[in-house]
Design a protein around this ligand. Structure first.
Ligand SMILES: [Zn+2]
Length: 402
């Protein structure tokens, strides 16, 4: 078994004997008789560190002790120096202790239970079993920071299974057995069974920020950041607002107003543009129809544009079909792709689904639709104009046969 020295905050290095070392994929795994490296567990990430010259990237707890993933083999029976990387450990410990404070307060303030916790290198989340409002989350954040500022010491006790029964706790892990169960009291606001590492005083957590939240499985998932993570996030947000303010030539506190104003202006311009596009398309539709010769009373219009969206092609085709009996094949080249829209006027028999199949065969395109309209695209290619002439010939031939 491995002696767990990582719970003692003063213990930053230790000597250990290598009990076993095995190849594990590209790396190796070593079992030691003692370690200061925290193994992944209880929602907390593994420490990284060093064993002698070997770099430790991860540690895991197994039935026979703690196995360390290392980049080179160690000789069994030798004595080695073990140390953890202090910066990631502090970060993980701050997030973990912050989670206790937030979870304990969520329970006492709102009766919300923590039903899930996830910590990653760049974010941490807590799942609560009830929905919380914006205002409740704001109060939770404020109270969490008050608990940090009171700088309460963390208390840890190792108790037996029997002793555990008489201790009031927010949460106890299921199936705990034996006489070495760790119980922790954090920030004066939380108590639970826990195997993680904790700040000695709540003040060491630093700032706690709830950075985002969403409804999740009938409850709330909240993202939070503690210590330097919280500072970094606040700095990034401030830099972003500053950039926006410069872009809008305004003060940071006026950014929201400026963005809202620009959004409103953009919406008004879109409405104007749409009205003008419709008027322009109606005018051009008239010109195209005037130029087309009817075949058995139906006009075939095959026409190419540049830079039209699928929506604009549809609108144009509708304008063409609204005026008189016609079948319309509109194309628009957008870079390497040609989009198309086929439409027939009411009363015309030719199926656009069939017309689409013929078009795909001629252009090598992909698309489909219903009898009244079809859409698709083809690769832009040299000689596309000739293909369209060929297609116009096909449509006219089909109209003759109706
Ligand atoms: Zn804990």
């Amino acid at each position: 078994m491995t002696k767990k020295l990582y719970y003692d905050p003063k213990c930053t290095t230790c000597s250990a004997v290598v009990l076993a070392c095995e190849k594990a994929g590209e790396a190796y795994e070593a079992l030691l008789d003692a370690t200061v490296i925290y193994p992944e567990g209880g929602g907390q990430l593994s420490d990284t560190g060093r064993i002698g010259d070997a770099v430790v990237s991860h540690a895991r707890e197994a039935a026979d002790g703690i196995w360390h993933r290392i980049d080179r083999p160690l000789a069994v029976g030798t004595t080695v120096e073990v140390m953890f990387d202090p910066q990631p450990r502090l970060d993980h410990t701050q997030q973990h202790t912050g989670e206790h404070i937030l979870s304990g307060l969520a329970k006492t303030m709102f009766g919300a239970s923590n039903v899930g916790f996830h910590m990653a290198e760049t974010y941490a989340t807590i799942d609560l079993d009830m929905p919380l409002t914006e205002e409740q989350l704001q109060r939770l954040e404020t109270e969490a920071n008050r608990a940090v500022q009171r700088n309460t010491p963390t208390e840890t006790r190792v108790v037996t299974e029997q002793e555990l029964e008489s201790i009031a706790l927010r949460k106890r892990a299921k199936g705990l057995k034996g006489d070495e169960i760790r119980v922790v009291w954090c920030g004066g606001v939380d108590s639970c069974t826990c195997c993680g590492t904790h700040c000695a005083q709540s003040g060491e957590v630093g700032m706690i920020r709830i950075t985002a939240h969403m409804n999740y499985k009938g409850g709330t998932r909240l993202w939070f950041a503690c210590g330097m993570r919280a500072l970094q996030e606040a700095e990034e947000n401030a830099a972003l607002v500053d950039k926006l303010a410069r872009r809008f030539s305004t003060k940071p506190e006026s950014v929201l107003e400026a963005v809202t104003k620009q959004g409103d202006e953009l919406a008004a311009l879109k409405r104007t543009l749409r009205a003008r596009t419709e008027a322009l398309l109606a005018y051009r539709a008239q010109a195209l129809l005037e130029a087309a010769e009817p075949v058995c009373g139906v006009k075939a219009v095959v026409h190419a544009e540049e830079g039209f969206t699928a929506q604009e092609l549809k609108l144009f085709a509708e304008k063409l079909c609204a005026c008189e009996p016609a079948v319309v094949a509109l194309f628009s080249e957008n870079g390497e792709t040609v989009q198309y829209h086929l439409q027939r006027a009411e009363g015309v028999q030719l199926s656009m689904r069939e017309a689409c199949e013929a078009l795909n065969a001629i252009t090598g395109g992909k698309g489909g639709g219903r009898d009244a309209a079809a859409q698709g695209s083809a690769k832009a290619q040299a000689g596309f104009a000739e293909l369209l002439c060929q297609y116009e010939g096909y449509l006219k031939q089909r109209l003759k046969g109706l």
